[in-house]
Design a protein around this ligand. Sequence first.
Ligand code: FUC
Length: 348
Amino acid sequence: MIDLKKEKINDDWYEFTLSNHFMSISFLNFGGIITKILVPDKYGTKENIVLCYQDYTHYETNPLYLGAIIGRVAGRIKNATIQIQNTEYKLDQNESCHHLHGGKKGFHNVLWDFNTFQEEDGIGVTFTYTSPDGESGYPGNVNVKVTYRLTINNEFLIDYEATTDKETVLTLTNHSYFNLSGDLKNTVSDHEVTIDSSRILKLDKDLIPFDIVEDVSETEFDFRRGKLLQEGFVSHNEQNQLVGCGYDHYFLFDQQTANQVIVANNDSGRIMKIKTNQPGMVMYTANGMQEGIRLNEVKSKKYLGVCFETQAPSASLWLNDLPSITLLPNETYKKQTIFSFDMVEKKK
Ligand code: FUC
């Protein structure tokens, strides 16, 4: 009924597979990388709905950040500099003069310790990692715990927890690229996305947020009533064009709906819902995806997947009125994102 398998990949790497009657999820202890989410289409054919390298050695460098846990800070940090209590910290500059996704040694390419567990209505793996003071330039020894859990109700839960011994900054996410067509049959142009958001962050040419757009009404960024992603791919909006014709923006959630994001693909009949206690997310439509890397069925190319990176905004470090990413020694960072899967036909 509900099952957990562990397969050895090499000396240090294992691939875990959680499965129930409907679906299965596979991931590595390296980077907590999700390699497969198999979900049936409307004919009952189970196919992979996330991007995965054909050659697993590509995960060692993971230029596309496929499927990985991202930290300590997901997103970009302007000029790779943070200021905490009057002390300036210089972080790894891994994207021109800026810092992206935790730097060269981010959580996406460390080996995580693991523990498996079984519960009445679910099964899972807990990953732990201690990031030492000064790693990638960040202050504080940080203990991180990330739990992946599959329930009998077709929910995939990711729970994040972290503590620090010194004031620091932290916001974690997962960088899976979804493609509900199944086994990468099509791009994500025909995916219909609904987002509970009326505010986004406006980007400069380095993709660094510099302003808050307070009302997205009647723009390509208004997903409140559902929109095909291709509208943003062909749009004349300078914010779509700036990121390579698509989306690579932070959406602040309005917290008006039960699920913050709903993704539907009519052709395959698959639907995915996302519910989180994070204040927003970056939606990235793989506009800048490096081309030609062998994924399972095809080679990587523009628009082949879409990431929904639930997180607090790193831009809160330099813009006012945004949810903070500060973590203090006496608190526990606790965030959860739930992905649930269904069939379009069942949509009420
Ligand atoms: C996303 C984007 C970036 C980047 C990366 C691989 O999070 O915000 O632009 O290209 O992933």
